[in-house]
Design a binder for this molecule. Structure first.
Ligand SMILES: [Cu+2]
Length: 155
């Protein structure tokens, strides 16, 4: 009986010790905004933060993450290998399609807006205020800049 009790606690602690954020595909997940763990994003210009909710992003599994952009932020033209489903959570994110950054070609997307971008579509983004966008899709995920000189990983 005592032995069983120990097993119960071991199982319970095992569950609690598992990360509440960054679920593997198939796991039941409930995440509140306070659970999110924000980190730097090496593939984006400095200032952005990422919180991975589901992943990992570099494998062929479903992923969900949020990006927090500071005010007056700009991402040069780039593409992704997978479909990008982007939902604006807060602020306003200006999205544009094309090979070269052009603020005149962007559309302001307020909280609640959705973008579905096909793989390898060149696009760019800017913000005037701090904004959060949630991206989901099926990996592997990545960022490739149209102009390799724009890639902060190469700087
Ligand atoms: Cu993008």
């Amino acid at each position: 009986m005592k032995y069983l009790k120990h097993i119960k606690w071991a199982v319970l602690f095992g569950i609690l010790a598992a990360p509440s954020v960054w679920a593997q595909g198939g796991a039941h997940t409930m995440v509140t905004p306070g659970d999110l763990k924000w980190a730097d994003v090496p593939s984006l210009p400095p200032g952005a933060k990422v919180a991975v909710i589901e992943g990992p992003l570099n494998e062929a599994v479903p992923f969900t993450f949020r990006l927090k952009f500071p005010a007056d932020y700009k991402i040069p033209a780039h593409w992704h290998p997978a479909i990008e489903h982007a939902t604006v959570i807060s602020g306003t994110v200006n999205f544009g399609i094309g090979d070269k950054f052009d603020a005149a070609k962007t559309k302001p997307l307020s909280a609640g807006s959705v973008v579905i971008m096909q793989p390898k579509t060149n696009h760019f983004v800017w913000t005037k205020e701090e904004s959060i966008v949630q991206i989901h899709g099926v990996g592997p995920w990545g960022v490739t800049y149209v102009n390799p000189a724009d890639d902060p990983r190469k700087k």
